[in-house]
Design a protein around this ligand. Structure first.
Ligand SMILES: [Zn+2]
Length: 202
């Protein structure tokens, strides 16, 4: 009897629903190396801030049994658009691509979040859903307004897996930068992204 129960249980666990599929997350820490991206008045580089966030996102993803690929792992690494994109679907996986950025403006008081996706790309329906859900989550976490935009960014056009560029605040706003360096804030943003991925299957 015990054997039978064990057998039934393992069949239930293995039965193929969408949630037993392995997930892979490609994490792109924007800029890096010779390209620092946006800079704050205090000298903070967008490229360092996005790498910090990428490392936290990787940790939270792995804690949730999501496999990860980092396009960039070092501060001094310079990547071309081509080197950080071109990701295709892989057998046995549902893959997602998140590129992390912070915005810039001449006016240091400008704040806000931005989500970019390409509606002409393969799997763009999923990208739009991801962007929708992440945008409202970001508003709740950092109090900044979120904008969503169809974008012709090269990396979005080169990927054929759901892909979103997430701009979580401005690297030119010192309050946004202070938050971006806070490990608790990094975890909150990362958990939002991971939760959204787990809820947005395709
Ligand atoms: Zn950027």
């Amino acid at each position: 009897m015990k054997k039978l129960i064990t057998a039934v249980l393992s069949i239930l666990l293995l039965s193929g629903n969408a949630y037993s599929q392995k997930i892979k997350l490609i994490i792109d820490a924007g800029h890096g190396g010779k390209d620092p991206g946006a800079k704050s008045k205090a000298g903070d580089k967008e490229s360092d801030l996005t790498l910090m966030m990428a490392e936290t996102l990787q940790k939270i993803a792995q804690e949730n049994n999501i496999e990860t690929v980092m396009t960039r792992t070092k501060k001094d690494q310079t990547l071309t658009h081509e080197q950080r994109s071109g990701y295709k679907p892989e057998a046995g996986y549902k893959a997602y691509y998140i590129s992390l950025h912070m915005d810039k403006d001449k006016n240091a008081s400008t704040r806000g979040n931005k989500l970019y996706y390409n509606t002409k790309a393969v799997n763009s329906g999923v990208s739009v859903k991801l962007a929708d859900r992440i945008s409202s989550g970001l508003e709740r976490i950092n109090g900044n307004k979120s904008k969503k935009e169809d974008s012709e960014a090269i990396i979005l056009k080169r990927n054929t897996i759901p892909s979103v560029m997430v701009y979580y605040g401005y690297a030119t706003n010192l309050q946004d930068v202070k938050m971006a360096k806070d490990p608790a804030y990094q975890r909150e943003i990362s958990m939002l992204i991971i939760r959204t991925i787990l809820e947005t299957r395709y």
